[in-house]
Design a protein around this ligand. Structure first.
Ligand code: ADP
Ligand code: MG
Length: 486
């Protein structure tokens, strides 16, 4: 292996690190460079999982850099080397100037530029320490957790006003800092990042305290397992799993327990056992606890013992940051104006935002085109009903809440308090005026109300608009605000 080859590799890695998410070092600590000769790059990976990840996410950039700087097209030869079990890597600050050998990950003679634990020094093995980690603690590549998406980490989660509380509370639940609430109840509409946060908690806890017994389960699977345990007469095992052999319980989509009284009862006991034992419980739901249908009162009240953190649809700035982050993670080259256009066009949920980006990238790569503005406009016009600059129901609800100083959830609730009902009627009226939604659609968007309720609300506001100057002033202020959104 030539020194030049090694130097080229180190520079390519440094280049890639600067363009990669925070998880870069984490993954690279499981990789060792062997050689780079005549365009053949020899690498070792600790296991197949690391190999796959590095190959999918980082190698395209590294290979491209090497190709551009050596003129050789790059072929990679991997060796899976379990002897790499103790991951080794140097972690320079991401702002440090490019240093050759920055990530030559073999044990070597030159002095280690990062802190190493004493054990590591004796074996010549170095391990990565994260930036926020106090000296003396070791951070190793977390093994995948079954059933969890390895991309759903805190590093990949974009924080904005819409999800700030849920994010901070999740970090605290993972023991990262801040006041820990038990249980933590994360609620919000579909595709807004609840599952992402829960997986991130699991990964972070696994990283920080590998001995923690983490149980992650969707409520749907909890029901199935419960029924199976009953059928097989293995309730003893089932109970042990959720009451005794668990230090952190993460239950996704708890609303699925609606109407399943026997499972609710079982969950209630598991909850109590864990809570009494001081074990952290995190639950997600598409509704606030008090809005959960067919859920036992005692469970609903327990869900409110700790912190209820909601996630709202993200604002424009957050959507832009999310599109950027996803593009970066998926190695999609995206101009700022395209990023903004996508974020303006898809407003309701992050999953859709992500789907749009991936679809555009796939189509562009298929056609061998860059993702330019014209291409994006044409593609989005062909495939999407949403147009940029058109307010959505959520935008109107948000504007109304802001104007009347209410929470979005109030508009969807059954609360008949006069001021809340008035704001709700105004929001329905504005939606009807400005969007092409039918009355039943609006009924559904306002907490599943009957379409006749929407019709009468719209009529009422129409009448008040002419008869009551105060109402007219509210409407005009809101219309100005919505106009400026457009
Ligand atoms: P939910 O469980 O609330 O329905 P998910 O957690 O499955 O939503 O999120 C849907 C998709 O959107 C996932 O791919 C997730 O990574 C992404 N996502 C949601 N919120 C964010 C965010 N704030 N930053 C980055 N990605 C996000
Ligand atoms: Mg989910």
């Amino acid at each position: 292996m030539s020194d030049e080859g090694e130097r080229a590799w180190a520079q390519a890695v440094a280049f890639t690190r600067d363009r990669s998410p925070a998880s870069f070092d984490q993954w690279f600590s499981g990789v060792q460079f062997d050689s780079f000769t005549d365009g053949v790059l020899g690498l070792r990976a600790r296991d197949e999982f690391v190999r796959q990840w590095v190959e999918d996410y980082f190698l395209p950039t590294i290979s491209e850099w090497l190709r551009a700087h050596t003129g050789l097209s790059v072929q990679v030869r991997w060796i899976i080397d379990v002897a790499l079990e103790r991951p080794v890597a140097e972690r320079p600050s991401s702002f440090a100037p490019v240093r050759p050998r920055a990530i030559s990950v073999r044990p070597q003679a030159d002095p280690a530029p990062v802190r190493a634990d004493s054990d590591a020094q004796t074996t010549g093995v170095r391990r990565v320490l994260r930036e926020d980690e106090p000296a003396g603690r070791v951070f190793a590549v977390p093994p995948p957790i079954e059933g969890l998406n390895a991309k759903y980490t805190f590093a990949n989660f974009v924080v904005g006003p819409s999800n700030q509380l849920a994010h901070a509370a999740s970090m605290a639940a993972a023991g990262v800092g801040g006041r820990r609430h038990n249980p933590l109840f994360i609620c919000g509409g579909t595709g807004l990042g609840k599952t992402h946060l829960v997986h991130a908690i699991a990964y972070r806890v696994r990283e920080e305290r590998p001995d923690t017994r983490i149980v992650y389960i969707s409520a749907e699977r909890f029901v199935n397992e419960f029924v199976q345990a009953l059928t097989d007469q293995r309730m003893h095992e089932f109970r042990a799993r959720y009451r005794e052999k668990c230090d952190l319980l993460l239950v996704d989509d708890i609303h699925f327990l609606a109407g399943k009284t026997q499972t609710q009862e079982e969950f209630f006991h598991a909850f109590n056992a864990l809570h009494q034992g001081g074990k952290q419980i995190v639950v997600t739901s598409d509704k606030y606890p008090q809005q959960l249908d067919k859920m036992e009162e005692r469970l609903v009240s327990r869900f409110q013992w700790g912190l209820v953190a909601d996630i709202q649809a993200p604002e424009l700035e957050t959507r832009v940051a999310i599109v950027r982050k996803k593009a970066q993670l998926e190695h999609i080259d995206l101009a700022d104006e395209v990023c903004l256009y996508i974020a303006q066009s898809v407003r309701s949920n992050v999953r859709e935002l992500e789907g749009t980006l991936i679809r555009l990238a796939a189509k562009a790569s298929l056609l061998g085109k860059p993702i330019g503005m014209d291409f994006t406009r044409a593609e989005m016009a062909a495939t999407s009903t949403a147009r940029p600059n058109e307010a959505s129901v959520e935008d109107i609800q948000r504007a109304v809440c802001h104007h009347f100083k209410l929470r979005s959830i109030d508009l969807l609730s059954k609360d008949r308090h006069k001021s809340i009902a008035f704001a709700r009627h105004v929001a329905m009226y504005l939606c009807k005026q400005r969007l092409k939604c039918s009355f039943p659609e609006l009924g559904r968007a306002f907490g599943n109300r009957d379409h006749t309720t929407v019709i009468s609300a719209v009529r009422k506001v129409e009448a008040l608009r002419t008869s009551d100057p105060e109402v007219r002033a509210h409407l005009e202020a809101l219309e100005r605000k919505l106009g400026s959104l457009e």
